[in-house]
Design a protein around this ligand. Structure first.
Ligand code: RIB
Ligand code: CA
Length: 308
């Protein structure tokens, strides 16, 4: 059993990652979910998180984290996720309870009160996680690992060199990668191989309430991806959850990862020291390949379970 805290900026792919986590209670005990400004403003991504959790009739504590990065101004991604941050589906706006504490304090309390070590799943900019590390160093031994979607060794998407989550808050990312906590990095090298086809998306239509929501989310996301040259849809954030469920679907290498934090064209670039003997610990397992069919099957199985 893994005890998860999910930090996210829903986000179409964040929503699918949350579904996969909640669909597997035999493997995941979801202690809580926090939101972070990223794909859209904190207000909007938190509203999206409420809508998802309400739709799923979930009973998971939710807290809103930081509105923006540690140093840089927030840059959102309406071109990818729409004005709401999760365009496509209609939600009836049902309310969902939210914690009164800031997301960072919420994460700390959940870790402190857990009798077992906790796994952090980070699906947006790493601001909340960096502040957790800086403000509560005594809790680090209680963190089993961080499975994050972010970065890319070969290329970026926000810029030629930087992936969006890392680009938005590179200072936070450097703190996280250098924290010494074991990290599994689902960067673009693997997430752009973890793609669902249009045919597979259409197979979800009218197959159940949750499956149809996934169809609506992915239909919008697929159309949005066309502007960036994608025909199929990489479900980036879902990799960070599927790895924890079925690591055998993935291949990767260990590295010491650093992040460029200046305002040069390399801002947000993640570069790795993969040398056999490296001066600093290679605490990040960089995912490089995935069994795509097996990855999509995990999503299908999760949706069937949630529709039962
Ligand atoms: O680059 C992909 C990442 O940016 C994903 O987390 C997606 O949700 C967006 O936040
Ligand atoms: Ca995300």
């Amino acid at each position: 059993m893994k005890h998860l805290l999910i930090d996210c900026d829903p986000g179409h792919d964040d929503a699918l990652a949350i579904m996969a986590a909640l669909a597997n209670p035999k493997y995941f005990n979801v202690l809580g979910i926090t939101t972070i400004g990223g794909n859209q403003t904190l207000k909007k991504v938190t509203e999206n998180a409420k809508n998802i959790l309400s739709f799923l009739n979930a009973d998971v504590p939710l807290a809103a984290g930081q509105a923006g990065p540690l140093v840089k101004p927030l840059q959102t991604a309406p071109e990818a996720h729409g004005a709401t941050g999760m365009d496509g589906p209609y939600f009836d706006g049902a309310d969902y309870p939210i914690a009164s504490t800031n997301g960072v304090q919420f994460l700390a309390e959940k870790i402190r009160t857990s009798k077992d070590k906790v796994t952090l799943v980070a699906l947006g900019p790493l601001t909340n996680i960096a502040l957790l590390i800086k403000n509560y160093p005594e809790l680090l031994p209680q963190i089993e690992e961080i499975s994050l979607m972010g970065g890319g060794i070969h290329h970026g998407n926000q810029t030629p060199l930087a992936e969006f989550n890392i680009y938005v808050d590179p200072d936070a990312a450097e703190i996280v990668f250098q924290s010494g906590i074991p990290i599994i990095m689902s960067g673009l090298d693997v997430t752009e191989k973890a793609e669902i086809t249009v045919e597979e998306i259409n197979q979800l239509k009218n197959q159940g309430k949750v499956s149809h929501l996934a169809y609506e989310l992915l239909s919008f996301y697929n159309q949005s991806g066309r502007q960036f040259g994608f025909i199929n849809s990489p479900i980036h954030d879902l990799c960070a959850v599927v790895y924890l469920l079925k690591p055998e679907l993935f291949q990767g290498s260990y590295a010491d990862i650093h992040v460029i934090t200046d305002d040069s064209p390399a801002r947000g670039m993640t570069y790795g020291d993969f040398r056999r003997i490296a001066p600093e610990p290679k605490n990040t397992f960089v995912l490089e390949d995935v069994d795509r069919d097996g990855f999509v099957e995990v999503l299908r199985e999760a949706l069937v379970k949630l529709d039962e």
